[in-house]
Ligand binder design. Structure first.
Ligand code: SF4
Ligand code: SF4
Ligand code: SF4
Length: 329
């Protein structure tokens, strides 16, 4: 798609273009997922359709995500032990209602991009990259790309070291200290909590349901479906609105495609990169070059080796009752 400077465009035009493009596309929109579906999925976020749910206190996608995630994040221990060597404690447990940035309790938020006197609303969450450096760097393999396309952090295995956040171009994963496996192994000496982010509602996908945010969107601004179909719809819509696509090539390719009538250069220019508020720099390169070597070096560390052994022992003890039908908590 082109990336030249785009002229101003009214919100009415955004909405009309999006709806028209969907109809003109001639493709059947993906419906409810088949529980048996195992193919690779992708999602589409159409900025011509999203109106930011301005009639609500919190956008419907954000509320639905919060409701779906409720109870998933345990309460941290009190007091949270000081980690070593850096004493950075991140505790969001008393700010669970925050909805205008990513946190360990909030996996999607909506950025307001003011351009030419109009506002474009941009839902942001994990892009579910095709070859995610965040998963490659993880020394405990706690973070993995699933066959369906979702990149999922196993909170039972994550030590909260935040390497995944460091290598993510959008710094998506968010840490909650005082929870997780590190407390059972070497609290204070290694680890610092658990990293949390959007997991594409993997449990819902496995149950044949759509992600909660997609189901809740009153404007059908987000879609999920087989990757090939989503790519075709994205191309059709972008063509019809003479617009732009983001996510196809960024960070080596992702499972999330944004379509917009306004260029992502201009959208990016409205974003000040801050913690929990990712920007949208076009053509962002994949941070992999250093990653493999560093990940291997970390894995070779005897301290981490010891911790890994301890962690695995704890993990298998913790998992055993579940297999026998007991409570896993
Ligand atoms: S957006 Fe970041 S956290 Fe999400 S899969 Fe890509 S690299 Fe990982
Ligand atoms: S896919 Fe699920 S976890 Fe991800 S933002 Fe949507 S509701 Fe939240
Ligand atoms: S994606 Fe849908 S639910 Fe979310 S802010 Fe936009 S219109 Fe509202």
């Amino acid at each position: 798609m082109k990336n030249e400077k785009c002229s101003g465009i009214s919100r009415r035009s955004f909405l009309k273009l999006g709806a028209g493009a969907a109809a003109a596309g001639g493709l059947s929109l993906p419906g409810r997922l088949d529980a048996a579906q195992t193919g690779k999925l992708a999602t589409l976020i159409d900025l011509s359709l999203c109106d930011g749910c301005k009639d609500r206190d919190i956008p419907a996608c954000v509320s639905a995500c919060k409701a779906n995630a409720r109870g998933r994040i345990p309460e941290p221990v009190d007091p949270i032990p000081d980690p070593w060597p850096r004493k950075t404690v991140e505790d969001w447990s008393k700010k669970q209602d925050v909805a205008d940035r990513l946190t360990p309790y909030n996996y999607i938020y909506v950025h307001e991009a003011k351009i030419d006197g109009q506002t474009l609303y941009v839902p942001r969450r994990c892009m579910h990259c095709d070859n995610p450096a965040c998963a490659t760097i993880c020394p405990f393999s706690a973070n993995n790309k699933r066959p369906v396309g979702a990149v999922v952090i196993d909170s039972d295995l994550c030590f909260g070291g935040a390497k995944c956040k460091d290598v993510c171009p959008w710094e998506i994963p968010q840490r909650q200290s005082g929870v997780g496996i590190y407390l059972k192994v070497l609290p204070g000496f290694m680890g610092n909590g658990v990293m949390y982010k959007c997991d594409l509602c993997i449990d819902r996908l496995n149950a044949g349901k759509n992600p909660a945010c997609i189901e809740a969107c009153p404007r059908k601004a987000m879609l999920i479906g087989p990757r090939e179909d989503i790519e075709k719809i994205a191309d059709e819509r972008a063509r019809a609105m003479n617009g732009f696509i983001y996510g196809r090539n960024e960070n080596g390719g992702t499972s999330t495609l944004y379509v917009s009538p306004v260029s992502f250069d201009r959208i990016h220019a409205t974003m000040e990169k801050k913690p929990g508020r990712p920007d949208m720099k076009p053509n962002v390169e994949r941070r992999m070059a250093k990653t493999d070597a560093y990940g291997k070096a970390v894995l070779a560390s005897p301290v981490l080796g010891l911790a890994a052994a301890g962690a695995l022992g704890w993990y298998s003890r913790r998992r055993k009752p579940a297999k026998e039908g007991g409570n896993n908590d």
